[in-house]
Ligand binder design. Structure first.
Ligand code: ADP
Ligand code: ZN
Length: 795
């Protein structure tokens, strides 16, 4: 055994460094997979790292090797299998292991603000690690002995409840708050956009003077401030529900029902795979309302019976919470964990630790980030709504959950089930080729039939008529008069998406992104939907100083307002979008109220198309069916098809038949024929033909290389040109076609200019190697940032 440790740093510079086992601790206490504190640089400041290899090879001659400082646990948090996953991710994304771990581990597991509690004779004392670092060698040795005998413990880092104060908005604020209270508005805007935030982070962001504003807001009851535990029900968007509430949201009295033959067949097939040596991937292709959830639950039960864990992933927090309730109802008595991004950092840390130290199988339900939990005995993984774009993470560590899931399940020889009514074209292509065996649920359970879909041509509709064609409005009134319900999908939030200056014709734009600002009437603000920039309205026009803006177009807020006037008195309209659901618990409240029939109409963005089950909805109106078709993305038709079939799937799920109206200015588009009959396979055949002809995935691999630099950085343009030349030349040699550079769809974001190249090639390896050459050639001062986005979701 060497005496050296190879350690991945979890904060910049994120490198892998070699450290020596220190003299003050028995060498055997350092193990692979452990989190440890190590000194870095001349100042010797402490960093947290993970031991990637406790038996590291000798470092090169002449490199000075420091001693590691202290282990942060006795039993390694991470298993060799987990570290292997990290290594593979790092290779795939050309990152260091530290960068990967830095984005996978909850924040509390990465901080070096750690204290040790020393027990033994007399009163226990606590000391910070940095004090240990300054202590004399005999003192450290003394501590080391105490550690070895179990007389020193590590206190949880910055996240113990009594230290951590969290702020959260408690009610929809009465926008606008007095303009004189500028700080208060700032604090409120920040919390509104970021959810529950620790006081320290908030003050770090809004300045120390914000402290007073925060107190004032707390006094008015607009913001709650307190220890995490007391706020956790507020801070989590998914409050614990009573049995009765849960039933209202989830019409799944499943203790009772028997699986249909199709469901049974799917379960048997998956179980067979589970019991085989290499279960690999399966597709559950089931139309909307065909009862896919019941299949997942039965599969989960059988996996647990085999003493293996199950991971269930949903594309959205609300759906994950719904799935969790279904699991708790159906599999009472099993150990269930929920994990998603709306939970507080402390909650996520707790789950991570609990799983890491656990051996017994359990069920974990979550959104994409749950994929990286250290699940014990992982046996089956379900990705529900596998086509959904939110399984792709675009920021920091860019990854496609499906890809990681595939590789993770290969690693543990477990079963991966992808479920959808409208699978990703790539997934279905693989199924057609026989690479992914497929189970079908071709009918709705309980006799519900697929809705009747009609196209409503709105070419001639004048903007002053509002968004709904007379025909759609008539159908809506008819549904309401019968005591039934309707949903209206409009994938554009806010009041008006464009603000024109009537005096000079200038459009109001975000100063950071150049994107048009959206008017939010309830907030009396113009908001940038990309960076969150918000400015009070009215504002003066940036070019002529005029004050007369004309709101153009229509968002969900305006649609909701218009409907209240257009529909019979007494009709209640609810709205579901990111604005109406920001406050914790609001989304559940809206869905629940609508589920109980407290409103007749629910207006919403794509949030509303996913997974919800409202038996009394007999009409779905798609207000602007064309919205997605004109996107500059080869998947525009696929995404539109998926969104509309899913949205249509909300109608007619009960006993009464449903109808869907799709409003369009382009009734001849090939997509509609298939949407109308919810004919996924018909659509697939047409789409795959087009992709083959135009050389798009799945026939080639497609990647984007994104570049950005500060607006005022002059060498930027020159670098883009030379990198383009380099990429073309290297690409030619390895069969990669390099297109661009072109400005990104958001050419300016947060003060940086953004460009992109599209790479088309036959395999990822050659694409990666061209990117690698670019990165090697690029300047290293950090001005120019380059990132590789494999299989991009947002072109
Ligand atoms: P999907 O996810 O495929 O759209 P769901 O799983 O939401 O469909 O199921 C739709 C409805 O059918 C739910 O209310 C569910 O409880 C019910 N259901 C599922 N399977 C059965 C069954 N075998 N017998 C009766 N009802 C069922
Ligand atoms: Zn902006």
């Amino acid at each position: 055994m060497s005496t050296l440790l190879s350690i991945a740093l979890l904060s910049p510079p994120y490198t892998n460094l070699t450290y020596a086992r220190p003299a003050w601790l028995p060498g055997s206490l350092w193990q692979t997979g452990m989190r440890v504190a190590v000194p870095l640089g001349k100042s010797g400041g402490l960093r947290v790292g993970v031991v990637m290899d406790a038996d590291a090879p000798q470092a090169p001659e002449g490199v000075e090797i420091k001693e590691a400082m202290w282990p942060l646990e006795r039993v390694p948090l991470l298993t060799p299998e987990y570290l292997e996953m990290v290594r593979q991710l790092a290779v795939r994304h050309l990152l260091s292991a530290g960068e990967v771990l830095g984005s996978l581990l909850p924040a509390g597991l990465r901080t070096s603000q750690v204290r040790l509690r020393v027990l033994g004779s007399g009163k226990p004392r606590t000391l910070y690690l940095k004090e240990v670092a300054k202590a004399s060698l005999p003192e450290r040795t003394h501590l080391g002995e105490a550690w070895a005998t179990g007389n020193v413990e590590v206190l949880d880092a910055g996240f113990d409840a009594e230290v951590q104060e969290v702020c959260v908005v408690t009610q929809d604020p009465p926008w606008p708050v007095r303009p004189s209270a500028k700080r208060q508005i700032e604090v409120l805007e920040y919390l509104w956009d970021n959810g529950a935030v620790s006081r320290k982070i908030l003050l770090g962001q809004c300045g120390a003077q914000a402290s007073q504003a925060l107190n004032a807001l707390a006094e008015r009851g607009l913001v709650a401030v307190g220890p995490l535990e007391s706020l956790s029900s507020l801070a989590c968007s998914c409050p614990v529900q009573t049995e009765e509430d849960a039933d209202a949201l989830l019409p799944m009295h499943d203790a009772g029902f028997v699986l249909t033959p199709a469901q049974q067949e799917a379960v048997d097939e998956f179980t067979g795979a589970l019991d085989s040596e290499f279960p690999e991937t399966r597709l559950l292709f089931g139309i909307t309302g065909s009862g896919k959830t019941a299949v997942y639950l039965e599969l989960a039960a059988r996996t647990l019976q085999r003493r293996k864990s199950v991971l269930l992933l949903a594309p959205e927090v609300a759906l994950a919470c719904k799935l969790e309730r279904a699991v708790r109802a159906a599999l009472a008595g099993s150990d269930v964990f929920l994990f998603h991004g709306y939970q507080s950092a402390a909650e996520r840390e707790r789950t991570f630790r609990a799983l890491a130290s656990r051996e017994a199988p359990c069920i974990i339900i979550g959104t994409r980030s749950a994929l990286f939990l250290p699940v014990p005995q992982l046996g089956a993984l379900v990705l529900d709504e596998e086509h959904d774009g939110s399984f792709k993470q675009d920021e920091r560590l860019v990854y496609q959950a499906k890809e990681v899931a595939h590789f993770r399940m290969q690693q543990v020889k477990g079963l991966l089930v992808l479920g959808s009514a409208t699978p990703d074209i790539k997934t279905f292509h693989a199924a057609r080729q026989g690479l992914i065996p497929l189970a079908r649920l071709a009918e709705r359970v309980g006799g519900g039939t697929l809705p009747d879909v009609e196209l409503v041509d709105i070419k001639g509709l004048s903007p002053s008529d509002g968004l709904l064609a007379p025909k759609s409005l008539a159908a809506l009134k008819d549904v309401i008069s019968k005591g039934e319900q309707a949903v209206i999908l409009l994938n554009r939030r806010g009041y008006a998406p464009l603000m024109y200056c009537l005096d000079c014709g200038t459009v109001a734009r975000c100063p950071h992104c150049e994107i048009g600002l959206t008017y939010h009437k309830g907030r009396e603000r113009l908001v940038c939907h990309y960076c969150g920039y918000a400015t009070p309205y009215p504002v003066t026009c940036s070019s002529c100083k005029g004050l007369h803006y004309l709101p153009m177009g229509e968002g969900t807020e305006k649609l909701e307002e218009g409907l209240v006037h257009a529909l019979p008195p007494g009709t209640k309209v609810l709205r579901l979008d990111r604005d109406s659901t920001r406050r914790p618990g609001r989304m559940e409240a809206i869905l629940e109220a609508f589920g109980k029939g407290e409103a007749q109409v629910l207006v919403g963005t794509q949030m509303l198309s996913k997974g919800h089950h409202f038996p009394n909805v007999t009409l779905a109106i798609i207000a602007d069916g064309d919205l997605g078709l004109n996107l500059p993305d080869y998947r525009a038709a696929e995404r539109t098809f998926q969104l509309l079939v899913q949205a249509s799937g909300r109608a007619g799920r009960g006993e009464k038949a449903g109808r869907v109206f799709i409003q369009t200015r382009d009734p001849a588009h090939y997509c509609w024929e298939f949407v109308r009959s919810a004919d996924y396979e018909g659509f697939f055949d047409e789409e795959i033909r087009r992709r083959e002809r135009r050389r798009y995935p799945p026939f080639v691999k497609l990647a984007l290389v994104r570049a950005s630099f500060p607006i005022d950085w002059e060498p930027g343009a020159g670098w883009l040109d030379s990198l383009t030349l380099l990429a073309r030349e290297k690409g030619k040699a390895s069969g990669v076609l390099v297109l661009g550079h072109t400005p990104s769809p958001l050419p300016l974001l947060r003060g940086r200019k953004r460009f992109q190249w599209a790479f088309k090639g036959q395999d990822w390896t050659s694409i990666r190697s061209v990117f690698h050459e670019m990165r090697v050639a690029a300047p290293r001062d950090g001005k120019l940032r380059l990132a590789l986005d494999i299989d991009p979701v947002n072109m």
